[in-house]
Design a protein around this ligand. Structure first.
Ligand SMILES: Cc1cc2nc3c(=O)[nH]c(=O)nc-3n(C[C@H](O)[C@H](O)[C@H](O)COP(=O)(O)OP(=O)(O)OC[C@H]3O[C@@H](n4cnc5c(N)ncnc54)[C@H](O)[C@@H]3O)c2cc1C
Length: 613
């Protein structure tokens, strides 16, 4: 992913010069308290009007005009704890940020302290344990070299100056993604400061729910102060790019797609359209020109790699940089901009990439966009494991990302329209899920996870347990689940007779789900253990090929019952009006069903009642 270096970063910074509104008396009092806080930190709090203000609030993406209440430049875990405690006491929110690569989807930062971790850049490599311990502000370029010196590679992405923590919390898809998987799934431990100001070490044994949530759930759960990642012994690497004139884009992308389907999981590759800017620091052969490009990394020897890329070479590229490389070279393969730039971009997952989708890319990928790329997914990204975090697996075939420069409002509007056109054109092949890290505009959190795994519901409950007041501001927030009142469940006839303790247990386990009219819901997952109670709204149960079951309304329950109604393992419920449901799903259900005899009985009766309707 990239936006080429079209502009002097100073242009973007000027655009964002401070124009703060007049302050109120309460804000003056708070500013005084923040000055006191600043004096107690190793780091520093910067406020509007301070000489460092514009620099402190600037994001890597210069098109984003961040206007927080204050910026805390933290230098230690203790600093983070103090800032979080202050925010709690003052009813302020906290937005953790390392670089601001992911800043464009962030909400308005009023009443928010932007906690910048950029001064925390320590990296320790433990070769014996094959672990890297990385402080929250470290960039990938801080890690790649030290890891390589000790004989290891890490799962970094296309750009050396992306933050390790932000990238990893959102999934983290890099050059070894098809062979080694997503970075979030290679995290071994996380240090985190919670909304209560507690410092926790998260791993499989300590706070396993939070550990799971942060690995794919983003920055909604606390401020990460350090992360530990698995290191992989450096393999032989063969990597490079081939370039053709952009006029051949359709032909080359089709060939790349067909080739990529045949290669082993050791190959991670992408096809892209790239319009190089007309600037002196761009090599002359490429300056101001447009190309279709295939970039790939092959884990294997030079001879294996050379044999694998032969079908691409037969297309006679005008430039071919494929060679045996060191891990450090991978950081520059994608030619991402080496310093902050103003850009607008967005992405989506594609189920498939038929010829018609490539035709759409050919039509949509021109200026003002700088780059439109398609990465092949699959391989280790699609292999599930019980050790994975919330990111789980990626089941789509491809991911698209496109971006363009936004140094002025006019160009920003033109690029936004071009990005939207590209997305709309590719909508017929788009997955339901979208990729956290490539979503540069706000998306509903539910779209970031597969529906059938209930990941989003579980994340919401974990958020409610650790940050019910939603102190933390993430670029893709996971809202805290509402606490389910016992009385609401007791209103459902089938559960009305449950003993109080069992109702409490049920209420503690259920989550709330809101559905818009027309949403299809899989009522029964593969393990057959999901129950929904309908609080408001109506729904039809769809039973393809079978009799039409009666519609469901408030007080009705579906889930196991849908199995009984339709005789299928999976039934689909189509909401007619906006619905509010209480859901008891997979793992939660299993956790309580054996322990609660009356509940078990209630669920059995539930099935019998509905089948007799
Ligand atoms: C040029 C470029 C190349 C990219 N290449 C890739 C790629 O190859 N693969 C890929 O998967 N993604 C890629 N991305 C997307 C990138 O991974 C996301 O933008 C990511 O969020 C950047 O992390 P950051 O820390 O640098 O950004 P930031 O904007 O600082 O952080 C993004 C979010 O992460 C969370 N966060 C950051 N630090 C903390 C913390 N200490 N505690 C809690 N939460 C925190 C916050 O919610 C924050 O809003 C790229 C982006 C750009 C602009």
């Amino acid at each position: 992913m990239d936006s080429a270096d079209y502009f002097d970063p100073a242009d973007g910074a000027d655009m964002l010069a401070d124009r703060q509104p007049a302050r109120t008396g309460i804000e003056d009092v708070r500013r005084g308290a923040l000055r006191d806080l600043s004096g107690s930190l190793t780091g520093q709090v910067v406020l509007s009007g301070d000489p460092e203000w514009d620099e402190a609030r600037q994001a890597w993406n210069l098109a984003v005009d961040q206007r927080p209440f204050a910026v805390a430049l933290v230098e230690s875990v203790e600093d983070v704890v103090k800032v979080v405690e202050f925010a709690r006491a003052e009813d302020l929110r906290i937005a953790p940020q390392a670089t601001g690569h992911g800043a464009s989807a962030l909400a308005v930062l009023d009443h928010t302290i932007l906690v910048k971790t950029s001064r925390l850049r320590g990296v320790e490599i433990d070769a014996g344990a094959r672990r890297a311990r990385i402080e929250a502000g470290a960039l990938w370029e801080d890690v790649v070299g030290p890891a390589a010196e000790q004989g290891f590679v890490v799962l970094h992405g296309s750009s050396p100056d992306v933050g390790v923590v932000g990238y990893t919390l959102g999934g983290g898809m890099g050059w070894l993604a098809r062979s080694r998987g997503l970075a979030a799934n290679s995290v071994t431990a996380i240090d985190l400061v919670t909304a209560e100001g507690r410092f926790l070490r998260l791993d499989n044994e300590n706070e396993p729910d939070l550990f799971w949530a942060v690995r794919g759930g983003g920055g909604s759960f606390g401020v990460v102060t350090a992360i530990e990642l698995e290191l992989y012994p450096t393999p032989e690497l063969y990597a490079g790019a081939m370039l053709w004139p952009v006029e051949r884009v359709g032909e080359v992308l089709r060939c790349w797609r067909d080739w990529a389907k045949t290669v082993p999981d050791e190959v991670t590759s992408l096809g892209r359209i790239l319009h190089f800017p007309p600037f002196p620091d761009v090599p002359e052969a490429m300056r101001g020109k447009s190309f279709v490009i295939v970039e790939a990394v092959l884990v294997g020897s030079e001879s294996e790699g050379a044999a694998l890329v032969t079908p691409l070479r037969e297309l006679a590229p005008i430039m071919d940089t494929f060679a045996a490389v060191t891990p450090a070279a991978l950081q520059h393969l994608h030619m991402d901009p080496p310093h902050p730039v103003p850009g607008i971009g967005d992405g989506l997952f594609l189920e498939r990439l038929p010829d018609e989708a490539i035709d759409t890319i050919v039509r949509a990928g021109g200026p003002p966009l700088v780059s439109l790329e398609i990465r092949q997914l699959g391989g280790a990204m699609a292999v599930s494991s019980e050790h994975h975090g919330a990111v789980g697996t990626l089941d789509a075939g491809y991911v698209m990302f496109t971006v363009g420069p936004a140094p002025t409002p006019e160009l920003a509007a033109a690029v936004r329209a071009a990005v939207d056109r590209a997305k709309a054109g590719l909508a017929p092949w788009e997955s339901e899920r979208t990729y956290f890290n490539f979503s540069e505009q706000p998306v509903g959190g539910a779209r970031l996870y597969p529906r059938k795994t209930y990941t989003y519901q579980r994340l919401r409950k974990i958020r409610a347990a650790h940050d019910p007041g939603e102190m933390f501001v993430s670029n893709h927030p996971i809202p805290a689940a509402l606490v389910i009142e016992v009385a609401r469940i007791a209103n459902t006839p089938i559960f009305a007779d449950l003993p109080a303790a069992e109702l409490d247990a049920l209420a503690a386990t259920m989550g709330e789900v809101e559905l818009d009219a027309g949403t299809e819901v899989v009522a029964l997952d593969d393990s057959g253990s999901t129950v929904y109670l309908i609080e408001e709204g109506e729904a039809d149960v769809i039973n393809p090929g079978g009799p039409t079951p009666p519609p469901l309304g408030p007080g009705d329950t579906f889930g196991e019952i849908a199995l009984l109604l339709t005789g299928e393992r999976t039934a689909t419920v189509m909401a007619r009006t906006p619905m509010k449901l209480l859901a008891l799903s997979g793992p939660d259900f299993e956790r309580i069903r054996g322990q609660i005899p009356a509940l078990e009985g209630s669920l059995r009766r539930l099935g019998l009642e509905r089948i007799s309707r």
